[in-house]
Ligand binder design. Sequence first.
Ligand code: AKG
Ligand code: FE2
Length: 151
Amino acid sequence: MSSFKDQTSFIRLNHYPPCPIPHLALGVGRHKDAGGLTILAQDDIGGLEVQEGKTDGEWIRVKPTPDAYIIKCWKDTIQVWSNDEYESVEHRVVVNPERKRFSNSILLQSIALYLIEPWRSWANEKNPAKSKAYNWGMLFYSSEEQQFQEA
Ligand SMILES: O=C(O)CCC(=O)C(=O)O
Ligand SMILES: [Fe+2]
């Protein structure tokens, strides 16, 4: 369908099996989401953690809330658009020794040809652009696979 041509949004269905050595393994290693917005649904097991502060901060557990979605706005694209006013937050998933966990992420992202750059309302003469413009599709297709293999 031409109306979906070049769009890169997708759904990820995550299954984390129980792990007998949770202190030695991660469900998903530390990373920042690169796209625009993530809508995440998770079961009652928990495991998602966000990092406080910029780097080497404490990992804070995101408590599962029944029937609630987590909207993750802190993503790299938004950081660039807002000229670092909103910072992308690092997160990871820890595993459970006894119970499996499921989560689903809807990752809303721009079309492949789109050029991501700070918006003029955020970057101007007084506050120069902190990022250079980059082509979303080139970044996405070169790094997306790799991100989850690193876990
Ligand atoms: O399973 C989760 O809670 C989060 C997974 C995640 O970080 C992602 O899909 O980008
Ligand atoms: Fe993520």
